[in-house]
Design a protein around this ligand. Structure first.
Ligand code: IPM
Ligand code: MN
Length: 355
């Protein structure tokens, strides 16, 4: 098949992890006989430096025209000074909005050989396999913001259609899994959460009576997530709760660097990015974990290009690399040598070649 992928390396470790993603995509295209056009474009802080806009028109147009977008990471202290007029993050939020990718899937699977990499007890971790569905284009991230000398305002809004569509996306996913959906809100305090709970309840009763639904308050969910993570299957929540809880959930897998994400809308075009940030503290040293990006590329193949065999091959190559002990510093055992970003990529490529 022929497909075009817009590639946005971004800032910090973004270009380093994306380089490994591109090597794997090229290798897969070669061995499965696909023609992938990989178009690299400026985005984030790098694009601010180049022209003052984190999401240049040329980049946005290319993303809108592509079959999928693969993104590294954006941001860094250089662009986040208190008075900054334009921030890399604004480009990312605008890109998500313009692409209409309201459903952000963040799977969390505990790899058996990485149980020791987590700070959480092994018996709580074995068999954990859950997916967060984070609402991505609404809520407090996109509400009106105001600031004067003595106060600041961030408005949080949700509409009925926004809650309906994210509930449906999560419920469809739950149908293909254990038929259990956990909706997370703060309905004891927030009006948006009361709307969220009502709409979710109504959609589930009318359209997904075969999927069990439970509601959990966000503070309790944060606790249960590390106390009994195996009980969860699909979790749906609003934008900011999803941002916070998925960083927490990454500690189940062992590292923020392992988690991929897919952001989807109504069509097949999607935005794929690891959930980690640009990690300015380790940028440029070649030690970042590329697995979150490689697993994001696998989600891209699966969800936007319908290349299931290729996605499976990439996922098992990543799993094989991890099992073989190709561990970057964030997941290395104390006292053992950790591998570089490149070496982790090599370990995956080796397995792709043998597939
Ligand atoms: C994420 C990131 C972003 C978010 C930032 C960089 C705007 O933390 O994708 O989780 O908050 O959505
Ligand atoms: Mn985040």
């Amino acid at each position: 098949m022929k497909a075009t992928i817009a590639v946005l390396p971004g800032d910090g470790i973004g270009p380093e992890v994306i380089a490994e993603g591109l090597r794997c995509l090229r290798a897969l295209a070669g061995s499965f006989g696909h023609e992938l056009r990989l178009e690299e474009l400026p985005f984030g802080g790098a694009a601010i430096d180049a022209g003052g806009d984190p999401l240049p028109t040329r980049t946005l147009d290319a993303c809108l025209a592509a079959d999928a977008v693969l993104l590294g990471a954006i941001g860094g202290p250089r662009w986040s000074q208190p008075g900054a007029k334009v921030r890399p993050e604004q480009g990312l939020l605008r890109l998500r909005r313009e692409l209409g990718v309201y459903a952000n899937l963040r799977p969390v699977k505990v790899h058996p050989s990485l149980i020791d990499a987590s700070t959480i007890k092994a018996e709580a971790l074995r068999g954990v396999d859950l997916v967060f569905v984070r609402e991505l284009t609404g809520g407090i991230y996109f509400g009106e913001k105001k600031r004067d000398a003595t106060s600041a305002v961030d408005v949080c809004t949700y509409t009925v259609p926004e809650v309906e569509r994210i509930t449906r996306a999560a419920a469809r996913l739950a149908r293909g899994r254990r038929r259990k959906l956990t909706s997370i809100d703060k309905s004891n305090v927030l009006e948006t959460s009361r709307l969220w709970r009502e709409v979710c309840e109504r959609v589930m009763r009318a359209e997904f009576p075969d999927v069990a639904l439970e509601h959990v308050l966000v503070d309790a969910a944060a606790m249960h997530l590390i106390r009994r993570p195996r009980d969860f299957d699909v979790l749906v929540t609003e934008n900011m709760f999803g941002d916070i809880l998925t960083d927490e959930a990454s500690m189940l897998a062992g590292s923020l660097g392992l988690l991929p994400s897919a952001s989807l809308g109504d069509g097949t075009r999607g935005l794929y990015e690891p959930i980690h940030g640009s990690a300015p503290d380790i940028a440029g040293r070649g030690i970042a974990n590329p697995y979150g990006t490689l697993l994001s590329a696998a989600m891209l193949l699966r969800h936007s290009l319908q290349l299931v065999r290729e996605a499976d091959a990439l996922e098992s190559a990543v799993n094989g690399a991890i099992e073989s002990g190709a561990r970057t510093a964030d997941i290395a055992l104390p006292g053992t040598r950790s591998c570089s970003t490149r070496e982790a990529g090599d370990a995956v490529l080796e397995r792709l070649a043998g597939a």
